[in-house]
Design a protein around this ligand. Structure first.
Ligand code: DX5
Ligand code: ZN
Length: 218
């Protein structure tokens, strides 16, 4: 099943409550929340207090994508804020196993993210623990970039690894996903498509979500 996860990064930050309600009403499956620290990536967005504030706006699944160094330091904050899924980057810490375990122990789905040029073989080391794998299809840091087609190789690798593991692991791709490339992303085995600008910059959110989903299924 294909799921669309709009990224709040491209929403109107002056109207977050309205935006979260609107995207939920428009049929989004998941809300993707991009947390950036200005160190792991060259941009700063928002943190746990904002996520906690918008938690009351919707019951939609909150998929928190941490683009921060040493994420284990802040897990309690994001768990308390109401995250349903927490992704962090394999490139951001040496404490990957410990971080995955901590997230899972708190009843939250644990996901590992890899940047476009990271060797996907690293995923083998954690396939016994992850609930989701997040394949970055742009360099993390900014919305509105073009998808890097070679990154879909990583998605294909992860899809094969998941199948081989026999575990129930979600596969998500993030960055530059539009109606024009959604079919190739889905064909690489991805079931959760993150889309920031393609949804929040559209005039009608429902049409944008439906268009992406139909394109992915085509
Ligand atoms: C990039 C973020 C993405 C981004 C997606 O670092 O992780 O979630 O917001 O935005 P688009 O779909 O515009 O590339
Ligand atoms: Zn993201």
């Amino acid at each position: 099943m294909i799921q669309i996860a709009p990224s709040l990064l491209s929403a109107d930050f002056a109207r977050l409550d309205t935006e979260v309600k609107a995207i939920t009403a428009a049929g989004a499956d998941i809300l993707h929340l991009d947390v950036m620290d200005g160190s792991f990536v060259p941009n700063i967005t928002f943190g746990a207090p904002i996520i906690q504030a918008i938690r009351a706006s919707s019951n939609i699944v909150f998929d928190v994508h941490l683009m921060i160094d040493e994420p284990i330091r802040y897990l309690d904050d994001f768990i308390k804020a109401g995250a349903d899924i927490i992704s962090f980057h394999v490139e951001a810490t040496e404490r990957v196993r410990e971080t995955l375990t901590y997230i899972k122990q708190h009843g939250v789905k644990a996901a590992l993210a890899i940047k476009p040029h990271t060797d996907p073989k690293i995923l083998n080391d954690y396939i016994d623990l992850v609930d989701m794998i997040l394949i970055m299809t742009v360099e993390p840091g900014f919305g509105g970039q073009a998808l890097i087609p070679e990154a879909l190789e990583n998605a294909r690798y992860a899809a094969a690894l998941i199948k081989q593991s026999g575990r129930n692991i979600l596969l998500e791709a993030d960055g530059g996903i539009k109606a024009s490339n959604a079919a190739s992303v889905a064909a690489s085995g991805v079931e959760i498509l993150v889309a920031g600008s393609a949804v929040f910059c559209a005039d009608d959110y429902r049409t944008a979500i439906d268009t992406l989903k139909n394109a992915a299924l085509s």
